[in-house]
Design a binder for this molecule. Structure first.
Ligand SMILES: CC(=O)SCCNC(=O)CCNC(=O)[C@H](O)C(C)(C)COP(=O)(O)OP(=O)(O)OC[C@H]1O[C@@H](n2cnc3c(N)ncnc32)[C@H](O)[C@@H]1OP(=O)(O)O
Ligand SMILES: CC(=O)C(=O)O
Length: 535
């Protein structure tokens, strides 16, 4: 939409988040993803502040080919008492060779006197000189008016004067910053409206999330006239973060009807959000609006019964618009409709089979009552459903027995050995496996017994193993729940086992993991295995 800017500051303000570290390669990769999202501006960092940001801009010149986004360098207004042309920090902004420069400038009079330790008049000159200097060098300049909202409450005339001075010096827009993030939407709407009326200057908004209102505040500002909105992917940022630019953009587009990005770019938002999470190495926030794994996940039986009729009944948008999907969760809050919908997701048509649905539901509720959790273990639920549909369990083998012993010499280390006796395709086998713990030993023994019949087992890797005590007051006598995540390199699935013996619970989850991997999750090269369980 022309005349409206989506401005991303993930690489600058987002990187100010505790625990978030980006290498130059990471920054370049994130910038490419942001471009896919359709933002107009990517703020790459503060050249001159650290070698990494300087290097980012140097490499960006040759390595970063952007579609529609323009790169912005960030820095502050010149120092007090120094000419803009003599300030090395301002020079670094020009050396970054970006088409856009965003300056942070003070707009709260107490920050001028107490933090900058200069006069209000000198701060106005710092803003005006630096903007004019950069504009004279051909840059599009934005001024981030720091602490604008607090400054406006303290001294509106001064805060507004900063806006005027920046615009007169050539700033493209002045971005009003809720730097401390303490505002509520009605404060933002009032102050943005008043500032627009008093100055006639094009305004932007930059919100932090300290009241949990950064997205709402950004939207309030747009409703009050702001035509430039700043934020970060996944809401990363200093303290509690910045406005999540994905939520802001999606709300503006889908709720306020502003055509900001193409349908394809909107549908890429889940991908971009998760890909950026991979790079930042911060797990995606499951309950994130629009893009979270739980954003369209339905647990309550009543919801599922209405969703079965029409997904719109319990969803505010079609998840496909943002590249997400609806999921049904099966748990002790499920009803028959939940089982039917989950079955549909897993490829079973259970419509018109009320007895089967009731039977599965009964089993789910009983097992959940005993500590199982199917919402976290889709693969175990799939196997349960498969058993009820087929009238027999999916099984790779018939078990005769297993045992594990653990030997320790001294306290430094312990070694486990597992022995399995089982029948695979009718042939009796005895397998022995060693491991650094009982589950590892069972894993090795089971692979040894099964791999000749199921060679694809070598592709399976256990990537996570989580144990939870279900009745903490029982101490070491407690019931345990084990969840195992497994991957074959293409898909990842979770299985569950429960029991008072932690090794037994692990065995159940391990067997489900292998069974699902071999019988219910065939690789594309192995359609035969799928046919073996065809319904
Ligand atoms: C609201 C925001 O988030 S704005 C972005 C903030 N981001 C960062 O601070 C990350 C990058 N920052 C840095 O690497 C460093 O702080 C640097 C390189 C910028 C400056 O480092 P130093 O020169 O050692 O100064 P230091 O960080 O101690 O203090 C900041 C200085 O900038 C001055 N300053 C702060 N805001 C402004 C401004 N808008 N205009 C001009 N000067 C400013 C301060 O008065 C202080 O000056 P002083 O050194 O004379 O006391
Ligand atoms: C500029 C900025 O990051 C802020 O005021 O929060």
């Amino acid at each position: 939409m022309s005349g409206f800017d989506l401005y991303d500051t993930t690489l600058r303000d987002g990187a100010q988040q505790e625990g978030l570290h980006l290498s130059v390669d990471d920054k370049l990769a994130v910038a490419r993803l942001l471009d896919q999202l359709g933002v107009g501006f990517i703020e790459g960092g503060w050249p001159g502040a650290n070698p990494k940001d300087t290097e980012f801009f140097r490499r960006a010149r040759t390595e970063l080919v952007l579609g529609s986004a323009r790169l912005a360098a960030f820095g502050s207004t010149r120092r007090a008492g120094v000419r803009a042309c003599d300030d090395p920090q301002v020079a670094a902004l020009l050396e970054a060779q970006t088409p856009v420069v965003t300056l942070v400038g003070k707009s709260h009079v107490r920050h001028v006197t107490d933090a900058l330790r200069t006069s209000p008049a000198e701060n106005l000159a710092m803003v005006a000189d630096t903007v004019a200097h950069l504009v004279a060098h051909g840059r599009t300049v934005y001024l981030d008016a720091e602490h604008f909202f607090d400054g406006y409450e303290a001294d509106p005339a001064y805060a507004v004067e900063v806006v005027r001075v920046a615009a007169e010096a050539g700033a493209e827009a002045v971005v009003l910053c809720d730097t401390n993030g303490g505002m509520l939407p009605h404060d933002i709407e009032r102050v943005v409206s008043a500032t627009a009326q008093r100055t006639g200057v094009r305004l932007g908004i930059h919100c932090h999330n300290d009241t949990g209102c950064a997205v709402a505040n950004s939207i309030a500002a747009v409703r009050a006239g702001a035509t430039h909105v700043q934020g970060t992917v996944n809401g990363y940022g200093e303290r509690t973060g910045n406005a999540d630019l994905i939520a802001v953009t999606t709300n503006l587009q889908l709720k306020l009807g502003m055509p900001l990005v193409s349908d394809g770019q909107l549908a890429a938002t889940v991908h971009v959000s998760h890909a950026v999470s991979e790079i930042t190495n911060l797990p995606p926030f499951e309950r994130a609006p629009y893009v979270g794994a739980s954003a369209f996940a339905h647990k309550a039986g009543l919801h599922a019964s209405a969703l079965r009729v029409d997904p719109d009944l319990y969803q505010h948008i079609d998840p496909a618009l943002v590249g997400n999907e609806m999921r049904t969760l099966v748990s002790d809050m499920a009803g028959r409709a939940s089982i039917e919908l989950k079955g549909r997701e897993l490829g079973y048509d259970l419509a018109g089979r009320p007895e089967l649905l009731a039977r599965v539901l009964r089993r789910v509720k009983e097992l959940e009552g005993a500590g199982w959790t199917f919402e976290a273990a889709d693969a175990s639920f799939d196997l349960l459903l498969h058993e009820e549909v087929q009238g027999r369990p999916a099984a790779l083998f018939e078990l005769e027995s297993w045992r594990v012993r653990t030997d320790a010499e001294g306290s430094a280390s312990a070694l486990s050995e597992a022995t399995l006796e089982l029948r695979v395709e009718g042939r009796r086998q005895v397998a022995v496996g060693e491991g650094n713990g009982p589950v590892n030993a069972l894993d090795h023994a089971l692979r040894q017994a099964l791999t000749p019949a199921y060679p694809r087992l070598v592709e399976l890797e256990l990537i996570d193993f989580r144990v939870r005590i279900l009745d903490a007051d029982h101490g070491t006598d407690a019931t345990t729940r084990v969840l195992i995540d497994t991957t074959d390199g293409e898909r990842t699935w979770t299985t569950v086992g429960v029991g008072p013996n932690i090794v037994h619970a692990s065995w159940i989850a391990l067997v489900d993991s292998f069974t699902f991997g071999m019988l219910r999750c065939p690789s594309r090269a192995e359609p035969v295995a799928h046919a073996a369980v065809a319904r």
